[in-house]
Write a protein that binds this ligand. Structure first.
Ligand SMILES: CC(=O)SCCNC(=O)CCNC(=O)[C@H](O)C(C)(C)COP(=O)(O)OP(=O)(O)OC[C@H]1O[C@@H](n2cnc3c(N)ncnc32)[C@H](O)[C@@H]1OP(=O)(O)O
Length: 421
C-alpha cells in the first residue's frame, strides 16, 4: 500500500518466484503440508498419534505452493465456520490457519500467491469473510485483513474477595473428558451466537482442545460448567495448571484456557470457582474480552490486573455487501461509505441509514476506507471517529464520523472470538 494513496491497487511483490498453487486432497500431501507449517513455527513434525487423533475433516480446504521441481514449499488451510456479527446474524466464513512458507523460500511472493488463491476460492464458495489468528501483526493487512477484536491478558489473585453486591447464584460442577466432549461443543455454539466475533468450532478443534494427543495428554486439564438458578447450563471453563517450584515455595498458577458465560452471574460464578481453587496463587489468561470488568466486582479492584492487550480476531471481508447487510446498525445516519479492496481489486459504496446498508454506487462518499480498516470497526471494536483520527479512514463530509459512530455502535457484548485456531 502506498503511503501517498492508501487506496491504490496492491502492487505485486518485486520478486515473484515461479510457483504452482494447488489444492491438496491426498491425506499424505496434507500431512506434508502440516509438517511444513509446523517447521515454519520452529516445531518438529506432527506425531502419528497426533495426526490420527486430530484427523482431517473432509470440509477442510488445503492449499500447497510448489517449486517448479514439484517440491512443496508453502501451505495454508481453512475450515468452514460461522461468524457472529453485531445483532446476532451468523455468516459463513473461512477460518484460516496452517499458513507457512519454507524459510529458504520466503520473500518471493509465495504467501501472496497462496492468499490470492485461498481468498478467491473462499469467496467463490460463498464465504462472506475469512478469519484468522496472526502469528505476527505485519503479515496480513496487505491481504485485506484487519484486527476486528482485541483481548486482554489478565492475572487475578487467587482467593480474592468479592464485593457483596457482585452477581451470584447458580452452581458449578466439574466434568470428566467424556462429559465435556458431549456437552461443551453445543454449549459453546449457543454462547458464541451472542457475541460478535464468536465462531463455530470444528469437531477437530474440540478433539484437540479436550483430548490432546502426544505429550500434552499428560497435562492436567480441568473442565467445569455453570448452571444458572433456572437450571440451565449457562457457562463453562477449561483450565490447565503451571506447577509452582517447590524449591522456592512457589504456588501453582491456574491457566485459564477457555471461559464462556451467558451473563454476569455465570461469569462471576466461574471466576469465583477458579479463584477459589486450593493450592493456587493466581489465575491467568492470555485473552479475555475487553468487557469482562472483574475489577468492578472484586473487593480489591487491583486483584484483577490487565497485564497486556493484543489482537484477537483478524477479519477479512470477502463479500462486503452481504456482510454490511447482515450486521445490525445503530440509529441515525445517513452516511455514504466507500470501501476499497486493493488486493482483490474491488471498490464498493454503501449508504448506511435507518438500521440498514444499501448499495449506493455513483454517490459521493462521506467516509472512505480500505477493507482492512473497515474490519476494525465492523464488529464494533473501534469507532469510525478513532479510525478517522488515526488516518485509517478518510472523512470527506464534516461530522460524518460522528454519525457513523452511532451507526456502527450496537448494544451488546464487546466483540471477542475466544477461539484459537
Ligand atoms: C493464520 C496463520 O497460520 S499465522 C502463521 C503465519 N506463518 C508464520 O508466521 C510462519 C513463519 N513465516 C512464514 O512462513 C513466512 O515468512 C510468511 C508465510 C509469513 C510469509 O511468506 P512469504 O512467502 O515470505 O511472503 P511473500 O513473499 O508473499 O510476502 C509478501 C509481502 O509480505 C511481506 N511479509 C512477509 N512476511 C512478513 C512478516 N512476517 N512481517 C512483515 N511483512 C512480511 C513481504 O515483505 C512482502 O512485502 P512486499 O509485498 O511489500 O514486498
Amino acid at each position: 500500500m502506498s503511503p501517498d494513496d492508501p487506496f491504490a491497487p496492491y502492487p505485486a511483490p518485486p520478486t515473484v518466484a515461479p510457483h504452482t498453487v494447488r489444492t491438496l486432497t491426498d491425506p499424505a500431501d496434507r500431512r506434508r503440508a502440516f509438517d511444513l507449517f509446523l517447521g515454519t513455527l520452529h516445531h518438529g513434525p506432527v506425531t502419528d498419534d497426533a495426526w490420527e487423533a486430530h484427523g482431517q475433516a473432509p470440509d477442510e480446504h488445503w492449499l500447497g505452493v510448489a517449486d517448479p521441481s514439484g517440491a512443496l514449499v508453502g501451505s495454508a488451510y481453512s475450515f468452514p465456520t460461522r461468524l457472529t456479527l453485531p445483532g446476532g446474524a451468523r455468516v459463513p466464513a473461512a477460518a484460516v490457519s496452517g499458513v507457512g512458507v519454507r524459510p529458504d523460500r520466503t520473500r518471493a511472493g509465495r504467501l501472496t500467491a497462496l492468499m490470492r488463491a485461498q481468498l478467491t476460492a473462499a469467496r467463490d464458495r460463498g464465504d462472506v469473510a475469512a478469519v484468522l489468528r496472526a502469528s505476527e501483526a505485519g503479515i496480513y493487512g496487505r491481504y485485506g485483513y484487519g484486527v476486528a477484536s482485541r483481548a486482554d491478558q489478565v492475572r487475578v489473585t487467587a482467593g480474592a474477595a468479592w464485593r457483596p453486591e457482585a452477581p451470584a447464584g447458580g452452581t458449578v460442577r466439574m466434568l470428566d473428558p467424556d462429559e465435556a466432549t458431549a456437552l461443551l461443543p453445543g454449549l459453546h455454539e449457543r454462547l458464541a451466537a451472542d457475541r460478535p466475533g464468536g465462531m463455530t468450532r470444528s469437531a477437530r478443534w474440540w478433539r484437540r482442545a479436550l483430548r490432546p494427543a502426544g505429550p500434552p495428554a499428560g497435562e492436567y486439564k480441568g473442565v467445569a460448567v455453570h448452571t444458572g438458578t433456572d437450571g440451565v447450563d449457562d457457562g463453562f471453563v477449561v483450565w490447565g495448571v503451571a506447577e509452582g517450584d517447590l524449591a522456592t515455595g512457589g504456588t501453582d498458577e491456574v491457566r485459564l484456557q477457555q471461559l464462556w458465560a451467558a451473563g454476569p452471574s455465570a461469569t462471576a460464578g466461574l471466576w469465583r470457582f477458579l479463584t477459589g481453587l486450593d493450592l493456587a496463587g493466581a489465575v491467568t489468561s492470555w485473552a479475555r474480552p475487553l468487557d469482562e470488568d472483574l475489577d468492578l466486582v472484586l473487593a480489591d479492584s487491583r486483584a484483577h490486573r490487565v497485564t497486556g492487550r493484543g489482537d484477537d480476531l483478524w477479519l477479512r471481508l470477502l463479500d462486503p455487501d452481504a456482510a454490511l447487510r447482515a450486521r445490525a446498525w445503530g440509529p441515525g445516519g445517513p452516511v455514504v461509505l466507500r470501501v476499497h479492496d486493493a488486493f482483490l481489486g474491488d471498490t464498493g459504496t454503501w449508504r448506511l441509514a435507518d438500521g440498514a446498508a444499501e448499495p449506493a454506487a455513483g454517490t459521493d462518499p462521506d467516509l472512505e476506507c480500505t477493507v482492512d480498516a473497515l474490519a476494525a470497526a465492523f464488529l464494533g471494536d473501534r469507532s469510525p471517529s478513532s479510525l478517522v483520527a488515526a488516518g485509517r479512514w478518510r472523512e470527506h463530509t464534516p461530522g460524518a464520523r460522528v454519525r457513523a459512530d452511532a451507526l456502527f455502535s450496537v448494544p451488546g457484548p464487546a466483540p471477542w472470538c475466544g477461539t484459537f485456531f
